[in-house]
Design a protein around this ligand. Structure first.
Ligand SMILES: [Fe+2]
Ligand SMILES: [Fe+2]
Length: 176
């Protein structure tokens, strides 16, 4: 969780991507209604937004940081990519309250690694140095990603469980 004081100290890239986290959190909260039914409009906006956000990090932000380090990836990059894999897998099945809960659990730890003082966003921004403005422009111009229809059924849940286990989320896998 980022406080307003932290925000004042962070740069434009960290702010842009942290604001996107907040927007996505709001959509996910809206998607999980009190009755347990999923609000499909909110969930569709969340899903498209999260896939785009992950694309911005994987295709623009992390490669820029790696380039700035002479080809050496950030120490946190492997964990971030592994979490992204789990999140992308969770976007495939027809959403249920258990799937929404699993997404929320992964995102809370994941976003904390990225946001805030000393987080991945701040490190990437510092590495960009004078190129930070151009990097932000690239992030802003990132394309929407194609979103495929959901898939239902036990087989898809099994595939999703295996993806969570691969990413180190064994206990979450058993909740699906
Ligand atoms: Fe991420
Ligand atoms: Fe992120």
């Amino acid at each position: 969780m980022t406080t307003s004081r932290d925000r004042a100290a962070t740069g434009a890239i960290a702010r842009f991507l942290s604001d996107d986290h907040e927007r996505l959190d709001t959509l996910l909260r809206r998607a999980a209604t009190q009755s347990g039914a999923i609000d499909e409009t909110a969930y569709a906006a969340f899903r498209g937004g999260l896939l785009k956000h992950i694309g911005m990090e994987e295709k623009i932000l992390l490669p820029a940081a790696q380039d700035a380090r002479g080809g050496e990836p950030l120490a946190a990059a492997a964990k971030l990519r592994s979490d992204h894999g789990a999140l992308v897998a969770l976007m495939v099945p027809t959403p249920t309250p258990a799937i929404v809960a699993a997404i929320r659990t992964i995102l809370s730890g994941h976003n904390a690694l990225e946001e805030g003082p000393g987080g991945v966003y701040e490190v990437c921004e510092q590495l960009a140095g004078p190129d930070a403005e151009a990097l932000l422009a690239k992030l802003r111009a990132a394309p929407d990603v194609p979103v495929h229809p959901h898939m239902g059924g036990a087989k898809i849940i099994e595939v999703t469980r295996r993806a969570l286990i691969r990413a180190g989320y064994e206990s979450l896998a058993s909740t699906l």
